[in-house]
Design a protein around this ligand. Structure first.
Ligand SMILES: [Zn+2]
Ligand SMILES: [Zn+2]
Length: 297
């Protein structure tokens, strides 16, 4: 058989920021989320033996790989992983590694910062890390092998316009690299990530309740993008394509655009804060020439 070996790489970005409302109100929700995501990840590996998986935890101060674990942590952890009788070794390995890595991340987090200091999740950074990882694996790919890569974000936070630029850079890089971005929002509508899904041809879904998380993941996000056209999936959302102004990081409908660097501002400013170009003030210029013309005639 001369068939091309097709690998499908799934990178899951799980938002573990303790500042999310879901986790603040009930910490057990994180366990539930994690269990659903692990079951989903294993289902992906089960579909094809060539399938690959990576998982990142997006926290308030940092983003870390849960699976595969970073090389430094691997030596200490590998010895502790023991297979459970009757379970496929890879599933045990995935589950235990993810749980251990997350546990270590949370322990370090509670030690380093006082509980209650709320920061937003660094989703744009996590997406950039996922893209770098995908890029590295694609470089290592032997010839005759083909890899379809996608990223799935599972989050309960809101996307904030303060990361607008990073989001846009990530979305267009993903589009260029043929990486599909899927988003499963557990709580809030995320207009920026919706744009990302739309740009890269992925799916955006806001689930109505956390209880059904695994079911939604398996139904909507398990099939690979080319197969999805043949399935009956939730109708696509109407994407809010507003941009964030660079001065206040707020979403605006109409604004001023710098003609040199394309930065967006909600109010006129004589100097572009991004590229420092100086503009002439848009005073009563358009009216004056008209008056002169009238006098001349
Ligand atoms: Zn502004
Ligand atoms: Zn500019």
């Amino acid at each position: 058989m001369n068939e091309e070996v097709e690998t499908s790489l799934l990178v899951i970005v799980l938002d573990t920021n303790p500042a999310q409302r879901l986790l603040r109100e009930r910490t057990h929700n994180l366990t539930q989320c994690l269990e659903s995501v692990i079951a989903f990840a294993n289902s992906h590996l089960m579909l094809k033996s060539a399938n690959r998986l990576a998982m990142l935890a997006c926290h308030s101060r940092s983003t870390e790989f849960l699976f595969p674990p970073p090389p430094a942590a691997f030596g200490t952890q590998a010895a502790m992983l023991r297979q459970v009788d009757g379970q496929y070794e890879l599933f045990t390995h995935v589950e235990k590694t993810i749980r251990q890595s997350l546990q270590q991340l949370l322990m370090r987090d509670t030690k380093s910062e006082p509980v209650g200091s709320a920061c937003e999740s660094l989703l744009a950074g996590a997406l950039a890390m996922a893209l770098c990882y995908i890029h590295r694996l694609e470089q290592d790919l032997s010839s005759g092998r083909n890899m379809n890569s996608r990223i799935l974000v599972v989050t309960g936070s809101a996307d904030s316009a303060s990361q607008y630029m990073s989001y846009m850079n990530v979305f267009f890089t993903a589009q260029k690299q043929n990486v599909t971005l899927d988003v499963c929002s557990m709580e809030q509508d995320m207009s920026l990530l919706q744009q990302g899904c739309d740009i890269t041809g992925g799916l955006y879904l806001r689930i109505p309740q956390l209880q059904g998380l695994l079911q939604y993941l398996l139904w909507v996000f398990l099939p690979e993008p080319p197969i999805r056209k043949k399935l009956v999936l939730p109708p696509p959302v109407k994407v809010d394509y507003r941009a964030a102004c660079f001065c206040h990081r707020e979403l605006i409908d109409i604004g001023f655009v710098c003609s040199v660097c394309l930065s967006i501002f909600c109010k006129f400013s004589p100097i572009c804060t991004t590229c420092h170009t100086v503009f002439r003030s848009p005073g009563p210029l358009p009216i004056k020439p008209k008056k002169r013309k009238i006098k001349l005639n």
